[in-house]
Design a protein around this ligand. Sequence first.
Ligand SMILES: *[C@@H]1O[C@H](CO)[C@@H](O)[C@H](O)[C@H]1NC(C)=O
Ligand SMILES: *[C@@H]1O[C@H](CO)[C@@H](O)[C@H](O)[C@H]1NC(C)=O
Length: 313
Amino acid sequence: MHITTALTLLSTAATACAANCSPNSKSPFPLGELSKDQHTSKGRRYRVHLPKAYDPTKPAPLILSYHGAHGTIEKQAALDGLTDSGRNRDHVVVYLQALVPEGSDKTEWEVAPGAENTDDVGFTADVVAAIEDKLCIDSRRVYATGKSQGGGFVGQVLACDAKLSKTFAAFAPDTPKSKCEPETQVAIPCAGTKRKDTPIMAFHGGADETIPYRGTWRKKTNSCLPDIRHWARQWVVRDGLQGTETNTTIAGSKHGVRSAWRDERVVLVYDGDEVAHDWPSTGENSDNNGHAHAAFNASDDIMKWFPKWKLDN
Ligand SMILES: *[C@@H]1O[C@H](CO)[C@@H](O)[C@H](O)[C@H]1NC(C)=O
Ligand SMILES: *[C@@H]1O[C@H](CO)[C@@H](O)[C@H](O)[C@H]1NC(C)=O
């Protein structure tokens, strides 16, 4: 999919039991570090970061973080830096591991063609249920973020309602080159969601050659990838935010612009002309090694944006 990260308030995956908040509950995970490997009953792997400030009597917000194709939990944790206490004081973070689907040679999420049967939605629901069972979690504050294909999974599957919209594509398949019009043509259905106010934030660089900002026709799959503003505008329409856009230039970037629609419910960050398919960061990370660095840290933006949102407010 076409976003470096997409973030949303989850309204769906959490069909879980009430949070386990009690002064007597002993935390099953160490504070301030990534836990050792955990497994769901179906054998899927995840790891948990409990912030040092975690208090078993105070419901904590939860972030789910999804790596990109080819990625791992460990790579994603290094990339998003959400285990850094300077950046994240109070959010529990859970990192989830994708499978290598049959016929593929890399880890991929259910949003990828050929990976439809990996049931990452079910995996997500199992993880949220397990975490709410073990920890004191505020189920109105469950968020998700992801890199690249992991962002696609968040923005196109989780945000669009886990159960119902597993089958649509985030691009127009079987479109000949002559019919590919990335700025208008590619419909991005979100059939499952009943929410009309889903908060979503996406980052995308102008030098992204994997998923070009302006969209493209992709020969390998004979498909038409949407222009990224077109993709964001469909969230704007879904959330009824037309006419509320404000642009803020990003200091120190080449033409970087932060476009925000009413109360920042939808935010599209154009990282700048020189930023590639990388998690935006001023310092070096495993993505931007050898590329231009961004003028800002996406993770800092994300951690300012999540606390604005709570279900039912
Ligand atoms: C915000 O910036 C984008 C990209 O440059 C532009 O297409 C859009 O019209 C701008 N919106 C407003 C309200 O100025
Ligand atoms: C980005 O984060 C790093 C630490 O991870 C920090 O050193 C740097 O100052 C931050 N950049 C900005 C612009 O805040």
